[in-house]
Write a protein that binds this ligand. Structure first.
Ligand SMILES: [Zn+2]
Length: 128
């Protein structure tokens, strides 16, 4: 993973989402993160993307996001969108390699909206 790779991934993801939904959106920032609990991944902060867009093209979004995660060498076991509470606006798209504790928390929930600010697109179940 290089910075150049990160830049290309941001631009590529932005372009492919624009083509997919047919109107302009921006990925204003693509961040890699590592949390104290052990989770890591990336956050793509978006502008102009609505929950509607995501629901209509969910399978395509998932494919694009998984592809970009692969380009950054991140495993895409958990893919979700963060929604601005009380709105239909998506603040960010996230790919996360869950730590064991966060995995248990999310695996125990059901449905796509375990919290008002989260829309789960994919959660790979692990064997116990
Ligand atoms: Zn965690």
């Amino acid at each position: 993973m290089t910075l150049d790779n990160l830049k290309k991934t941001r631009a590529g993801l932005e372009e492919s989402i624009r083509q997919l939904i047919g109107h302009a959106i921006m990925i204003v920032e693509l961040d890699l993160f590592a949390l104290p609990c052990g989770c890591s991944g990336y956050t793509a902060n978006t502008r102009g993307l609505a929950l509607d867009d995501l629901e209509v093209f969910e399978e395509h979004f998932l494919k694009q996001l998984k592809g970009s995660a692969q380009a950054l060498e991140i495993s895409s076991g958990f893919v979700f969108a963060r929604i601005i509470p009380g709105t239909q606006e998506i603040a960010a798209l996230n790919i996360r390699e869950l730590c064991p504790r966060c995995y248990s928390d999310f695996a125990a929930t059901s449905g796509k909206r375990p919290r008002p600010d989260i829309y789960i697109m994919h959660l790979e179940k692990r064997k116990h």
